[in-house]
Design a protein around this ligand. Structure first.
Ligand code: GLC
Length: 461
């Protein structure tokens, strides 16, 4: 496979010269494009996901980017993570957005709308949002540790970061798990990283908006991206409503669990927490940290996981709507992530692998973000059907965990093909036959996590 797809901005980018790896050489242009994109999105110590649409530092984006960057520039990767943790709150929360530059006023909801100062433990600088995102940094740290086990600079960095990560997980167990089952809740769809997934429709539709009580606001996303690829206005009003509810209770008050109409235990986020716990336990043991607390959290989370999230009729992992007291019965991409966390049984993993194989056989790129057989599936609209790069990376690893190597390879190859054909977009069409009619991906272009996922796929050992 030889791909030459060089955009103009590639000029001056360093070439990889390791001629002993033929596959790498063949795909070199793609890797170099990916590096160039991250370089262009670099802002004095951290990356933004993409200019215009997302001009700040995003939490889980930052995790995936630092993992990709660690393949060729470990200092930069550590800097990115340090910048992220400079925004950690005293209660341990790691915000979903850090607004390092306060003069960038074109984004909504901006730092002044979030008003994180309502919480006395939120740093004044950088300003931040008041919610979190999937807790990826534990496993990111393990990836870095495994790559540089003997580098004293890296070990120092990990030792400094380790307690901060434990504090972050502590926040999830203390402030987001009043029921004590070790599976934390979210109160805003943006926390899940899968903003407008059909998963949240019923819970969001319960929210009755009184327009007179909602603070007036102007959306910015639809000015910089195609509205047909973005959440609807009704959805956006509810996002703002939940933001204001969180703010009212300083973003960490117990009233949130009592009053939020949106209260979900997300299968994907809890899988990622378990995966990150596991990484921290491994690293902690090797570096001489006390891991007792992590181990007892981990045992609790794991013991309740299947009971809460597995649905035998669907043969799939699902989310749990705590407010309604029931599972959310949809096959959605987050339900595949338990494989990444090694928390699925062999039988469960087999059902999920069969589901993916079937989608592949029916002419779809892996992995569509929502069940292709559902009337709610929409191959173009954000989290309602398209393929997302960083999800492919986690699913790839998950399938390898359970010995589905060939399927894993399809997941990897599909992303590489999509990016080669359509560019480094935020997310992609999942129906193969639609590629005859389109020439680009969806959402923002020159996207950092797309670039870093390609790097992680092409530069892995
Ligand atoms: C969107 C995505 C979210 C991501 C953010 C920045 O909000 O849904 O997962 O972190 O964009 O890329």
């Amino acid at each position: 496979m030889t791909i030459d797809y060089r955009p103009n901005f590639l000029l001056g980018i360093e070439e990889i010269t390791n001629s002993s790896i033929p596959f790498l050489i063949n795909t070199m242009p793609l890797i170099n494009q990916a590096k160039a994109i991250i370089q262009n999105n670099w802002r004095d110590g951290f990356s933004i996901p993409t200019a215009k649409l997302y001009p700040f530092q995003w939490n889980w984006d930052s995790g995936f980017v630092s993992m990709g960057v660690s393949h060729y520039d470990i200092s930069k990767a550590m800097e990115e993570i340090n910048f992220m943790f400079s925004g950690q709150w005293e209660n341990g929360m790691l915000p979903h957005i850090l607004f390092h530059s306060e003069d960038e006023t074109s984004y909504f909801p901006n730092f002044d709308f979030w008003e994180s100062s309502v919480n006395a433990g939120a740093p004044d600088k950088p300003k931040s949002s008041g919610i979190t995102q999937p807790p990826v940094f534990g496993f990111v740290l393990e990836e870095i540790f495994n790559k540089y086990p003997d580098d004293p600079k890296v070990i120092d960095f990990i030792k400094t970061l380790f307690p901060k990560l434990v504090r972050y997980h502590n926040f999830l167990y203390q402030h987001r798990n009043p029921q004590g089952d070790g599976l934390f809740f979210i109160f805003h769809p943006w926390e899940s990283g899968r903003d407008n997934s059909p998963l949240w429709d019923d819970s969001m539709n319960r929210i009755q908006i009184d327009k007179d009580k909602l603070t007036q606001y102007t959306r910015r996303d639809t000015q910089v991206a195609d509205a047909s690829e973005r959440p609807t206005q009704e959805q956006y009003d509810r996002y703002v409503y939940l933001l204001e509810l969180g703010k009212k209770f300083q973003y960490d008050g117990p009233e949130i669990a009592e009053q939020s109409p949106f209260l979900i235990q997300d299968c994907m986020m809890n899988s990622i927490l378990i995966k990150s716990n596991d990484s921290l336990i491994k690293i902690g043991k090797q570096l001489g940290f006390d891991t007792t607390q992590l181990e007892s959290w981990q045992a609790l989370s794991k013991s309740n996981f299947s009971e809460k999230f597995w649905n035998e009729d669907l043969g799939f992992f699902v989310c749990y709507d705590q407010r309604a007291g029931r599972q959310i019965l949809h096959k959605e991409i987050g339900g595949i992530i338990p494989l990444f966390a090694n928390v699925a049984s062999k039988e469960q993993a087999k059902k999920i692998a069969t589901y993916l194989q079937d989608i592949h056989n029916r002419g779809y790129y892996l992995c569509p973000s929502f069940n292709i057989d559902s009337p709610l599936f929409d191959s173009k609209r954000y989290w309602r059907g398209p393929v997302w790069p960083q999800m492919n990376w986690m699913i790839y690893r998950g399938l390898l965990n359970y010995g589905y190597d060939e399927l894993a390879e399809i997941v990897r190859a599909d992303l590489i093909e999509l990016v080669s054909k359509l560019g480094f977009y935020e997310y992609f069409e999942s129906e193969k036959n639609k590629l005859n009619f389109i020439s680009k991906g969806y959402g923002g272009n020159n996207f950092s996590w797309t670039a870093s996922s390609i790097i992680s796929f092409l530069m892995q050992e």
